[in-house]
Design a protein around this ligand. Structure first.
Ligand SMILES: [Mg+2]
Ligand SMILES: [Zn+2]
Length: 225
């Protein structure tokens, strides 16, 4: 038996790169350090010849761990937060909406970037990193469950499935094709960029946004219905 949305707890799953931040941080970092051969790996990942997990793992393996300080500070200092993010977090608190970050990004830039926003650490899902070997190794603490075979690395749908649809109204916010599987599970989708295109192509209901102010306005509208 499904409960009506009115009695369900609202929960937001929010992407990080290109959503909370303006830029795509993994590509920005790799581009900046420009290790030999990164373009080919990036192309093959975009073309889905490599899984996200393989592609991202291989990209970082091109960088020596000795670059740690430079990589971390580049990652942290080049982030720009999308307008309205702090206000959106306040709106969620006020409205008693649970807020989770579901990011395919890496711990060393995700956590420091989110530090000023007072989000509980266990509400932030991302990949982690190991600088103890010769080369940077990405670790994958949140892999795909038995329902997902995409080798996401950080599997957004696996996280979403822990919040069952009979108890939660699941809301996803994202910008890229990697958010699409989550969008299919969600009750509501706020999209920009490639995710909007993909939703249009496949006829999935979505609301476009540019800033988090747009999302607050759209959600407030939704609550008035
Ligand atoms: Mg993204
Ligand atoms: Zn997955």
């Amino acid at each position: 038996m499904t409960k009506s949305n009115a009695t369900k707890k609202r929960i937001v799953f929010c992407d990080f790169d290109g959503t909370i931040t303006i830029n795509d941080n993994i590509i920005a970092i790799i581009k900046h350090f420009n290790p030999e051969g990164w373009e080919r790996i990036a192309e093959r990942t975009i073309a889905t010849e490599l899984t996200i997990q393989d592609g991202v793992g291989q990209l970082f393996r091109l960088l020596p761990s000795s670059l740690r300080d430079e990589v971390v500070s580049y990652g942290v200092n080049n982030v720009r937060i999308r307008d309205g993010f702090a206000e959106f977090l306040s709106y969620c608190k006020e409205q008693n909406i649970e807020f989770y970050v579901t990011s395919g990004g890496i711990d060393f830039f995700v956590y420091p970037t989110l530090e000023p926003f007072d989000i509980p650490r266990d509400h932030i899902y991302c990949n982690s990193s190991d600088f103890s070997g010769e080369r940077i190794e990405i670790l994958w603490p949140h892999p795909c469950d038995e329902h997902c075979h995409n080798h996401c690395g950080m599997c957004k749908t696996t996280i979403m499935r822990r919040f069952p649809e009979d108890q939660y109204e699941r809301i996803i916010i994202g910008d890229s094709v990697t958010d699409f599987e989550g969008a299919k599970l969600a009750d509501r989708v706020y999209s920009r960029s490639h995710l909007t295109v993909k939703c249009r192509e496949l006829g999935l209901a979505h609301t476009e946004f540019d800033t988090f102010h747009d999302i607050i306005a759209a959600m407030a509208d939704e609550e008035r219905k």
